[in-house]
Write a protein that binds this ligand. Structure first.
Ligand code: IMP
Ligand code: MG
Length: 181
């Protein structure tokens, strides 16, 4: 198992993640059977691994597009500000959009994104999020497909980073607090 001195503990190993993704994909395939085409909106960079493993299991017609949003630096977290770094290539008007996101912490990112997509007059909008931090809820946002609830600690791996590091670890792990404090 690839390990790293910054890692405190593995919370979700690769098998656990992939087994859960099997289930999420099944649910999505079932729920969207009557829809001609779905537009997957994957949020970079964090959701890249999740998106790839999830979409390998999606059997209904779909296209995938990417949007890059700013992860928070200390300032943006305080102000609740989210920025679009790279917008979608495809128009989303009248599309059935499924957002694929890595993690739900305060929910501000998803709230911001939903507002943007709704303003572009999508036909429908749902969210698929791999992890949600325990106790974190945002009454404005409903997660339609959730992978796991995890402890409220800083996690890395499987797309998630700390200062852009550790994204390519094949598992989700808790970072040693001394690394991010
Ligand atoms: P929110 O807007 O507070 O829900 O935060 C969501 C964004 O913050 C995610 O897209 C991640 O990029 C980042 N984030 C929040 N918590 C973590 C974490 O524990 N590890 C890595 N990234 C995180
Ligand atoms: Mg991030």
């Amino acid at each position: 198992m690839r390990s790293h001195p910054d890692i405190k503990k593995i919370l979700l190993d690769e098998n656990t993640i992939l087994n859960r993704i099997d289930k999420l994909a099944e649910q999505i395939n079932d729920d969207y059977t009557d829809i001609e085409n779905i537009m997957i909106v994957s949020i970079l960079k964090g959701a890249f691994m999740f998106t790839s493993d999830l979409l390998k299991r999606i059997t209904i017609p779909h296209i995938v597009d990417f949007m890059a949003l700013s992860t928070y630096g200390a300032e943006s977290r305080a102000s609740g500000e989210v920025r679009v770094i790279m917008d979608l290539r495809h128009p989303v008007q009248n599309q059935h959009v499924l957002i694929v996101e890595d993690i739900f912490d305060s929910g501000l990112t998803l709230q911001f994104l939903e507002r943007i997509l709704q303003s572009r007059n999508v036909a429908s909008l749902k969210t698929c999020v791999l992890t949600q931090k325990e106790g974190k809820k945002n009454p404005e946002i409903k997660i339609d497909y959730l992978g796991f609830t995890i402890p409220d600690v800083w996690v890395v791996g499987y797309g998630l980073d700390y200062a852009d590091k550790h994204r390519t670890l094949p598992y989700i792990a808790e970072l040693k607090p001394e690394v991010y404090h």
